[in-house]
Structure formats: structure tokens, C-alpha cells
Design a protein. Structure first.
Length: 380
């Protein structure tokens, strides 16, 4: 079947950048957005506003689409399975997506595959969390099984006296996952694009930096990886994508120990913040390859265009007029690539990102940080 219209559920910046990638492919995008002014709804002509947790709303939206994909992982499983029963292609499918929706399911599946994960346990209350910490050692990490992102729903519990915190205001149906604290030296990410036929392509491993639980900047390819380490990480990601039968982009976030070994932190099954560099730094962006995979088209090459690509997120800061700030930035440094998300400026909110590519790693990092600082009004 030739896919002519892809339905995206969720109207954030990922859907906005998917829409941009759809234009040269000639594929039409339909959007189910949370509101009329969210990031993607500002640029997608075929936008419906509705609740993605309401089955009838989603089914009506899907009627005019050939396949469905997502800006986020929060569509309930019964609705996803209802789409399949109605003959709609869903990419990634519910059996894969559940591993990104529920951290307990993810940990249990990856551990059963023999892949490197932190020691973990599902804890029913503070007493069980304290017992886990006493057994594993303090500090420990506690996470909500569902709904957490960008540092939300994650706690570093330093001592037994703090074990009550994760259970305060816990939503029904959400469990607490206790994990061993990994003393990592850095964080890495690797993205795989995979289509229904099984064709796959891996992007270069990326070094990521998190600030207060939010990705602040990335560098690609990750420096100081041996060929053996890089190949092992790529093989790990390929295996997860194949065994979980992921279609689209899979992001595998990793923690690297001092000895070079990696431990899996999180999975995402959609374009991912750690792959934003690929718009301007890769031969095929993660957004285009996600759409190619969803439409079951041949995947594009994933190598870097230049030796290094540095991406820095732009968070809401001291400057409200981002268009004026961008004009000033481009006068100063026209080689910087800017992506603005059309969002109002709220402190700490992701409102855009900048990317710089080049041959000198120190120069691209410094240039990208300087550009982001300018847009955020940061004085250094």
C-alpha cells in the first residue's frame, strides 16, 4: 500500500519537525493536537483538536489516515489495539510501544533478554523502598512506571528517611520502580530507524548532557569511544529494535561507567531530543527516517555530514522575543542552525534548539553554546 497520509497523535515540537520532513517526501500529515495553538498545530493545515485518551476521537481522526504514529507515548493501549482491529497501521505498534509507556514492563523485558540494566524492584510503599535501598545500597533511584519525562517522576533518594517522597500524590495505576543508582561518568544515546520489513539504520552514538533531568546539549559522534564500544552499542540498539519489533525511530539512552561498560537507562519510540542534531548534521534526519519507516519506504543514510555536530536546547529564559533574538544571532553567526518551536517563553521550557556542525569539536561546542545562550539571554 502506498502511504499518502500519515496521522500524528500529539501536537508538540516533534510533530512540528516531522511535518517539515514530510514536505519533500510528498506525504501529507494529519494532526490530532491537544489544542489549536500547540507547536505543530501552528504549521499543519490538517489539524483536529481532541483528546487522545478518548477512543471515539482517535478512531474518527484515524479514518482519514493511512497509518498512525506519535509525538509522544501516552495513547492508552486499548485505543492502540482498537486501531489495529479497525485495520489501521500503527507505528510503533502497541506490543512495542508498551515498553516505552511502562518502565516496569521495559525493565522486565530487557532484563529477560540479558541486556545490561540497573538492579530494580517494584515497590508498593516506603517500607519496601527502604528495604530495597538497604539491600542494594544508598542512594537509590525511584521512578513512576508511567508518565514521567524530562526529570519529572524521577527521584534520587539519598537516605531511608526520604522514602515517602515518591508515593506522595501517586496517580491510580502508576507503580513505583526502585533502581540501583549507577555512578556513571557520562550519558550516551543511540537511535535506530526500523521499517516494518525489518530494514534498519543506526545513527552515530551521541554523548548527551542532562541538566536537572532535561537534555541540555549533545555532541555527535560521542568522543572517546573505541570501535569495539561503538559497535557493541550499535548492536545493542539493533537487537532491542528487532526483538521488540519497533517501527520508526527507537532511542536507547545509556549510562556509561568509568570502565566503559554501558547500562540501559530509558527507551523512547519516536524521534528524540538526542537526535535533533540530525536535522542539520546527518545525511537523513531522524524525522525523515521516522516517516520513511512509518510509510515503509527505504531508509536514508544516517552518517554525519561533517566530523562533529553539537546541539544545545534553548530553554525559556530572559528573552521573550525569540524572533528578534534569532535575527541578531544570525547577523553575528550565520552558520548556526536554529529551530524554534513556536512556543511561548516559560522559564525552563524547551522552546527551540540550535545546531552547529564542523571539523573542530571545541569550536562547534562553543559556538552552539554561545548561540543558545544568546537566545536564552544568558550572560557568561
Amino acid at each position: 500500500m502506498t502511504v499518502r497520509r500519515i496521522g500524528i497523535i500529539g501536537g508538540g515540537q516533534l510533530a512540528r519537525m516531522m511535518h517539515a520532513a514530510s514536505i519533500p517526501l510528498g506525504v501529507r500529515i494529519a494532526l490530532l493536537a491537544e489544542g489549536p495553538d500547540v507547536s505543530a498545530a501552528q504549521v499543519v493545515a490538517d489539524t483536529s483538536v481532541g483528546d487522545y485518551t478518548d477512543a471515539d476521537t482517535v478512531y474518527a481522526f484515524a479514518e482519514r489516515c493511512d497509518v498512525i504514529t506519535f509525538d509522544h507515548e501516552h495513547v492508552p493501549q486499548p485505543i492502540l489495539r482498537g486501531l489495529l482491529q479497525r485495520g489501521k497501521g500503527v507505528h510503533p505498534g502497541p506490543d512495542a510501544l508498551v515498553h516505552a509507556q511502562d518502565k516496569v514492563v521495559m525493565r522486565e523485558r530487557l532484563t529477560s533478554m540479558g541486556l545490561p540494566c540497573p538492579a530494580f524492584a517494584v515497590v508498593e510503599g516506603p517500607a519496601e523502598l527502604r528495604a530495597f535501598g538497604d539491600r542494594i545500597g544508598w542512594p537509590v533511584i525511584a521512578k513512576t512506571s508511567r508518565g514521567g519525562y524530562d526529570g519529572k517522576g524521577v527521584w534520587k533518594i539519598e537516605r531511608p528517611q526520604d522514602a515517602n517522597e515518591p508515593f506522595t500524590n501517586l496517580k491510580p495505576g502508576v507503580r513505583i520502580l526502585a533502581e540501583e543508582f549507577i555512578a556513571f561518568t557520562r550519558e550516551l544515546s543511540v537511535l535506530v530507524a526500523r521499517r516494518p520489513s525489518g530494514e534498519e539504520r543506526v545513527y552515530p552514538v551521541t554523548e548527551t548532557v542532562q541538566t536537572d533531568g532535561v537534555c541540555s546539549h549533545t555532541l555527535t559522534p560521542a568522543p572517546d569511544l573505541t570501535d569495539e564500544q561503538r559497535q557493541a552499542i550499535e548492536a545493542l540498539a539493533r537487537r532491542i529494535a528487532a526483538e521488540l519489533d519497533v517501527t520508526g525511530i527507537l532511542a536507547v539512552e545509556l549510562m556509561q561507567r568509568a570502565d566503559g561498560a554501558v547500562v540501559i537507562n530509558e527507551l523512547a519510540m519516536r524521534p528524540h531530543n538526542t537526535g535533533h542534531w540530525s536535522i542539520d548534521g546527518a545525511h537523513t534526519s531522524q524525522f525523515e527516517n521516522h516517516l520513511r519507516a512509518v510509510a515503509d519506504l527505504s531508509l536514508g543514510p544516517t552518517g554525519v555530514r561533517q566530523r562533529h555536530a553539537a546541539m544545545v536546547n534553548v530553554l525559556g529564559g530572559a528573552r521573550d522575543d525569540l524572533l528578534a533574538a534569532t535575527a541578531e544571532l544570525l547577523e553575528r553567526d550565520p552558520g548556526v542552525r536554529v529551530q524554534l518551536y513556536g512556543k511561548s517563553v516559560v522559564p525552563g521550557r524547551k522552546v527551540g534548539h540550535v545546531t552547529v556542525v564542523g571539523d573542530d569539536v571545541a569550536e562547534v561546542r562553543a559556538s552552539a553554546q554561545s548561540a543558545a545562550d544568546h537566545l536564552m539571554g544568558v550572560q557568561r
